[in-house]
Design a protein around this ligand. Structure first.
Ligand SMILES: [Zn+2]
Ligand SMILES: [Zn+2]
Ligand SMILES: [Zn+2]
Ligand SMILES: [Zn+2]
Length: 800
């Protein structure tokens, strides 16, 4: 997904392997990024572009005039089955394929407004009604929609607007008695009912907090940091030859303190895991991806997307987001959807970065660099020098820097300020020399192809940075894009969100972290890696926040985990991953410690002795760790038992999903007995089984048993991830839900408090789960004292 699709990758690799040796050597040994780019670019043939274009066609990114009717009918089917969520998404797909001001688009909006109404999304319903009208909703269908509008307004307590709509409706009935008598009567009855409802609601007024904006405003950094404006005054930017640039604590920091709050320089929404419909028979895709549910600009979750007027793939939460995206980058990207999906997210981010740079002073920085180099080196052709200015890597970086008037820390402006801007992005390291020649060729050829398309479409107006008469502007920006693509391997930041799963009946929600988008965050890129970091990163919209996850003493480095975390991977696996993707050997505290205690491996993977229960040790043959015991067994044997067990647990989960909790429990209890004879009590599978049992009992409404099992799962999570980890927070949240549902008030309050404390450290107060915990708490505290006697089953008020 980050890199180009496999077909293009293997095509380019084959092209590379067929190149004459001399050309391979020229490109492999090229000194600068511009040499790599220009040499590769010359090799891009029309047939290569053709091949790429055919791949791009596999993506349905243009508006297809026949699609809206298809999606509307599919949506209507779902609507009839009362699957309003499914209907909403299909109507959205219909909308994204419609041209503005057509019957198609207005009908799709109107139908979606009905689905949203049934989902209780009255605000969004109103907006869709407005949109349907704006795009010319047919007169004859108006009354029914106006009635829906009035009903929404009443429900929302907007009394004045409601009565206005009602009286408009009445007068339109009077003016145009064209409706069939029966229909007229239904409308009249509804109108009367509505009038009464409106009167009842008279006193109710409601405000609509823009939760997101508020959350972001309220999240303030503690004190201004003059040097790094997106960071708090508790940290400071340092640099040394060994560690590069990094952040360090300037005072003692408490867990939960906000250290960095940074909006992505650019971010690109992930299109979703699904393969294009290239090989399938059906022409239109009814599958739901993240691209259907999240705003392509601000990444806000939304059911009522607004599409770009020009294509079917870019969808937004609002007209505002659409306009902003258009002005910043989408006016160029709009016609390139298929190509960008083929070339992958990194190429897309690279292009978008140069597009966003047009609006910044950063272009001035490049122009300045151009000027300085030109003064030093007047004999070489102007274009060459220009391109060279964009090539401060491949070992040449330090020498180049000596010649120029560089600020002390790369990426800072001349006053030493490090901001989240293009200048900072430009100075992130591309590690050109560490990438394989084939990979560099793939990236260079992909960027060249993109440049050719931009040239052909002549839609690309690059920044004013390149002085006129400097040769091809696109070449200069092509080199910049190549640099960005290479940078991204080490500097791309996954933007994640927590998705909650779990059926309504089940009432205990599981949460899982999903990758929503990829972004560039120049300030977060300053943080070095640790396999046991002292910070935690989370996202609201495109804004990342970094909080201290533990106490950090003055002078300590602020560390972030690039992915390989000690609670998820063994040291060897982490080292391998960090070396291949990030080109360094990790020597963090966790890696140092593990070197000395490699005998047993992590506890969540440990086997135990079948006769005495002590942990087993060794490699191929495991021996009981207890000195008084002689038990031994081959690892292969244990691994195959573990696989059998995993398969059984998988079957139990399937039963659970198919609403057969009793049978799932039977199976899981058997698995547990089996596990006890060879897995350590802290093995992750043991914990997962407890979690599954908790879910199964919750599905049966047995809160007590469910809570008992969840508490056991909690202990395993605690051993693996630590008592104040984010994983622990999510488990505590589940446990709080259980106690709440079971009306175990003291236990619920106690667990809510613990969950809040842990989640607050990682997410701050605006997290969904924390908000929900607070609602649960106030609900419990408001309860009248329970009279003695048999306990009552709690209502399931708050659960999704
Ligand atoms: Zn948006
Ligand atoms: Zn578009
Ligand atoms: Zn490490
Ligand atoms: Zn033993």
């Amino acid at each position: 997904m980050d890199l180009p699709v496999d077909e293009w990758k293997s095509y380019v690799f084959q092209k590379w392997s067929l190149l004459p040796k001399s050309i391979q050597v020229t490109i492999s040994t090229a000194e600068t990024l511009s040499d790599i780019f220009l040499h590769s670019s010359l090799l891009l043939q029309p047939e290569d572009e053709m091949f790429l274009q055919n791949l791009s066609r596999g993506y349905l990114v243009e508006k297809d005039p026949n699609a809206p009717l298809f999606y509307r009918e599919e949506g209507n089917k779902k609507f009839q089955q009362k699957d309003y969520m499914g209907a909403t998404v299909l109507y959205s797909k219909g909308i994204s394929h419609s041209r503005p001001h057509t019957a198609d688009i207005s009908l799709c909006y109107a139908n979606r407004s009905a689905a949203l109404f049934h989902l209780g999304q009255h605000e969004m319903c109103l907006k869709d009604i407005m949109r349907a009208q704006m795009h010319g909703y047919p007169e004859r269908l108006q009354p029914k929609m106006m009635l829906r509008k009035a009903e929404c307004l009443v429900t929302l307590g907007r009394r004045q607007e409601a009565s206005q709509t009602i009286s408009d409706l009445e007068s339109s009935f009077a003016a145009k008695p064209t409706l069939a008598a029966a229909q007229f009567q239904i409308l009249q009855t509804n109108l009367c009912r509505l009038k009464m409802k409106a009167q009842e609601k008279e006193s109710l007024t409601e405000t609509f907090p823009a939760a997101l904006t508020k959350a972001l405003e309220d999240m303030d950094l503690k004190g201004e940091n003059g040097q790094v404006p997106s960071a708090s005054s508790s940290v400071s930017l340092r640099t040394d030859p060994l560690r590069g640039r990094y952040l360090v604590a300037t005072k003692d920091i408490l867990p939960g303190e906000l250290l960095v709050k940074e909006d992505a320089f650019v971010s690109v929404l992930h299109p979703g895991e699904m393969p294009p419909l290239r090989h399938l028979e059906s022409k239109w895709d009814t599958r739901v991806t993240n691209g259907d549910l999240y705003c392509h600009r601000c990444l806000d979750h939304t059911l009522a997307t607004v599409p770009c007027d020009g294509c079917s793939y870019a969808k937004y939460c609002s007209h505002d987001c659409m306009q902003q995206a258009w002005d910043l980058y989408h006016s160029v990207e709009c016609s390139l959807g298929g190509l960008l999906l083929t070339l992958g997210v990194f190429c897309h981010i690279a292009l978008r970065s140069t597009l966003v740079a047009r609006f910044e002073d950063a272009s001035n920085v490049i122009r300045k660099l151009c000027g300085e180099i030109r003064n030093k080196d007047t004999c070489s052709p102007e274009r060459e020098t220009l391109v060279q200015t964009l090539t401060c890597d491949l070992g040449g970086e330090s020498e180049n820097k000596g010649k120029m008037l560089e600020p002390p820390v790369p990426g800072c402006d001349l006053n030493g300020k490090y901001e989240s801007n293009y200048n900072a992005v430009f100075h992130l390291l591309p590690h050109t020399g560490n990438h394989s020649p084939e990979h560099r060729f793939l990236c260079a050829l992909s960027v060249s192809a993109l440049c050719r398309r931009l040239e052909a479409a002549s839609c690309y107006k690059p920044a004013a940075a390149v002085p006129p008469g400097s040769g091809s502007e696109l070449d200069v920006w092509g080199v910049a894009m190549l640099k960005h693509v290479l940078q991204l391997q080490c500097n791309a930041q996954a933007i994640t969100t927590i998705q909650h799963t779990g059926s309504k009946e089940n009432s205990v929600t599981n949460s899982r972290q999903v990758r929503l988008a990829t972004g560039i965050f120049p300030v977060i890129s300053l943080l070095n890696h640790s396999c046991s970091p002292n910070t935690s990163v989370s996202f609201i919209s495109t804004v990342a926040t970094v909080r201290a996850s533990q106490q950090i003493e003055k002078g300590q480095e602020i560390l972030h985990c690039y992915g390989p975390h000690q609670s998820r991977m063994r040291a060897a696996e982490r080292q391998q991953k960090l070396r291949s993707q990030y080109f360094f050997d990790c020597s963090c505290a966790a890696c140092q410690n593990e070197k000395h205690s490699a005998a047993t491996g992590p506890r969540w993977e440990a086997f135990c002795c079948r006769s005495c229960g002590a942990l087993m040790q060794g490699d191929d043959v495991l021996i009981c760790g207890s000195t008084s015991c002689t038990e031994s067994v081959s690892r292969d044997h244990l691994i195959s038992r573990l696989q059998d067990l995993q398969q059984q647990v998988g079957m139990a989960r399937k039963l659970l999903r198919n609403d057969k909790p009793e049978r799932a429990i039977q199976l899981l209890l058997g698995c547990q007995r089996d596990a006890q004879s060879f897995l350590s009590g802290e093995h992750s599978l043991v914990g997962e089984m407890e979690d599954d049992l908790a879910q199964a009992y919750a599905a049966l409404g047995d809160w007590q048993k469910s809570a008992t099992h969840l508490q056991k799962s909690l202990r395993v999570v605690e051993v693996r991830h630590g008592p104040s980890s984010v994983e622990m927070g999510h488990e505590l949240f589940k446990l709080a839900q259980l106690f709440f549902n079971g009306f175990a008030i003291p236990e619920a309050l106690n667990t809510i408090q613990k969950a809040e404390k842990v989640l607050m450290v990682h997410y701050g107060p605006w997290n969904d789960e924390i908000q929900e915990l607070q609602k649960m708490k106030s609900c419990l505290l408001d309860l009248p004292p329970i009279p003695a006697g048999p306990s009552v089953q709690g209502p399931n008020v708050f659960f999704r």
